[in-house]
Design a protein around this ligand. Structure first.
Ligand code: IMP
Ligand code: MG
Length: 173
């Protein structure tokens, strides 16, 4: 029997929310040429849909962060394993991530990027599991708030599987 349980966010709901978010960002950044930085690997599907819902030419880059430890929960120690190519000094930057949970990952990524003096730095997440926060941290943009369940699909993995599901599902854990 499959470990996948039920669909939490359907393709249609996701497409609607991502398009709405793209419109909001298009309005907020009109004429500003922001750099979208996707956090690998989980953001790759969200970022590709979001970028196509944004109506100005935007630059795209990637960063990869790893937290130590093998458990499903991220540890507090985060290390950048692939850095952005772009010089972000003086740039308007939007970090794009699949899910914000404890905030360990995004907090550390933001600290690293802030030290390079971007003009602005905002955070855009597909899912926000507020209930699991360990440090105070708010996303500037988000598609959905999620309950405390382990989720897969639309970029989110369980042991590197299920990123390619076009919807978000809960999984037996
Ligand atoms: P944080 O550092 O605890 O905020 O966790 C963020 C990272 O943990 C995300 O980038 C995901 O890679 C991973 N993560 C957190 N919750 C889930 C989940 O429900 N499914 C899959 N990955 C998750
Ligand atoms: Mg991730």
């Amino acid at each position: 029997m499959s470990e996948l349980k039920e669909i939490l966010f359907s393709e249609e709901e996701i497409s609607r929310e991502v398009k709405n978010l793209g419109k909001r960002i298009s309005g907020d950044y009109a004429g500003k040429n922001p750099l979208l930085i996707g956090v690998l690997k989980g953001s790759f599907i969200f970022l590709s849909d979001l970028a196509r819902a944004i109506d100005f030419p935007c630059e795209i880059d990637f960063i990869m962060a790893k937290s130590y430890g093998m458990s499903r929960e991220s540890s507090g120690v985060v290390r950048i394993v692939k850095d952005v190519d772009a010089d972000i000094t003086g740039r308007e930057v939007i970090i794009v991530e699949d899910i914000l949970e404890s905030a360990n990952t995004l907090f550390s990524v933001c600290e690293v990027l802030k030290a390079r003096n971007p003009k602005s730095l905002k955070v855009c997440v597909f899912l926000d599991k507020k209930i699991k926060r360990k440090i105070p941290f708010n996303a500037d943009y988000r598609c959905f708030e999620a309950e405390d369940k382990f989720l897969v699909g639309y970029g989110l993995d369980y042991a590197e599987k299920y990123r390619n599901l076009p919807y978000v599902m809960t999984i037996d854990s």
